[in-house]
Ligand binder design. Sequence first.
Ligand SMILES: Cc1cc2nc3c(=O)[nH]c(=O)nc-3n(C[C@H](O)[C@H](O)[C@H](O)COP(=O)(O)OP(=O)(O)OC[C@H]3O[C@@H](n4cnc5c(N)ncnc54)[C@H](O)[C@@H]3O)c2cc1C
Length: 391
Amino acid sequence: MTGEDAGGGDLHADVVVVGLGAWGASTLWRLATAGVDVVGVERFTPGHPFGSSHGGSRMFRTACLEHPGLVPLAQRSGELWAELAQVSGRRLVEPTGGLLIGPRDGHVVEGTLAAARRFDLPVELLDAGRVRAEYPLHASLPDSHAAVLEKTAALVRPEQTILAAVEAAAATGARILTGTAVEGIELVDDGVVVRTAARNLRARQVVITAGPWFSALVPDLPVEAVRMPMTWFAPSGDPASFALDRFPVFIRELDEGGAVWGHGLGADLGPAGEVKLGLEDGGSAFSVVDAAAVDRSVSEADWAVLTRLLPDAVPGLGAAPTRAAVCMITRTPDRQFLLGRPREDPRLVVGGGCSGHGFKHATGIGEVLADMVLNREPRFALGFTDPNRFS
Ligand SMILES: Cc1cc2nc3c(=O)[nH]c(=O)nc-3n(C[C@H](O)[C@H](O)[C@H](O)COP(=O)(O)OP(=O)(O)OC[C@H]3O[C@@H](n4cnc5c(N)ncnc54)[C@H](O)[C@@H]3O)c2cc1C
């Protein structure tokens, strides 16, 4: 069964996955692959542009500056991405290399180096002179800055990944309800009752991967949805200088605070001829929102900070974006994920709080959450993502 739920009597399954975005689609795939009787429920259609996982591209890195403990998860995600690309026949990953740029002692360079050192990753530290010489679009880099080059960094395609995972799960027996919003989840003696307008779904366990809508279903965990615009710019000069092989994906921390990220041109990653740029979370540029009522219109206020920074940080682009779209992230107080069983409840697994750096781990997180459902030994030490850490 795949499609909108026509309704009927109660539906029974071993596991229900609520929310088939990046993390939920991967969880569904890993559970179905493990032979679990699983139903996935999605309020829109997989690959939709209303949550956290649209806009054509996301950056994949293994030297995770957000927490060194994420390195094994990123590495495993890379393996699973290759598997998913193979089973789906879809192009999901575009190798690009990546530059993590900023003050030599800043959080981007130092965080990346710390992760790389802990797991002996093959990254290279470039001083400012070398960056300026080899990557002319970063010619404004001051001498006190540096860059870490991670050659294994890549761009991954969010919508294609979700579609691939949902298709692969369906091919392995998962049932999928689209256009179906979960309205409530009740923990009962022998499992859970997941309520939709059409009917009740009864299961032994539920996995909640609702992204920016997470707090509507799990109100007692500290997450907030944050509105984060994405913007695309046209080169004002030679577009070839922004091609991915000359302009690797990057994050650049600035002296005045904040960081700009960018994805170059090419490989069918979005509208032809547009460079995707945005700001890292951390400043006042983004607002906390109710995901159900977020303002999806865009205006100059959405790119005012970025366009002020760009002429110096990334020269050679038009003064205003040619396109913009609203995306959301789900933020926790410590900016780490929530992966686990709240209150050690055997009926409930959650995957939320992506905090703006969760796409690169999507396939690995699917496997981690599936392992939790199956009560398997954890593959990695991810205690810092335990949802009970705030209680
Ligand atoms: C602009 C931007 C840039 C980013 N860049 C990067 C990057 O370069 N690298 C990186 O690793 N990460 C990046 N991220 C973060 C990354 O995109 C997210 O971590 C990831 O997409 C989170 O996926 P998710 O599954 O948690 O949420 P989503 O993909 O939004 O999935 C949640 C799903 O649950 C569904 N749902 C919600 N409530 C219900 C309900 N009640 N019933 C049924 N279905 C429901 C939603 O419709 C949705 O499909 C970026 C995020 C943004 C916004």
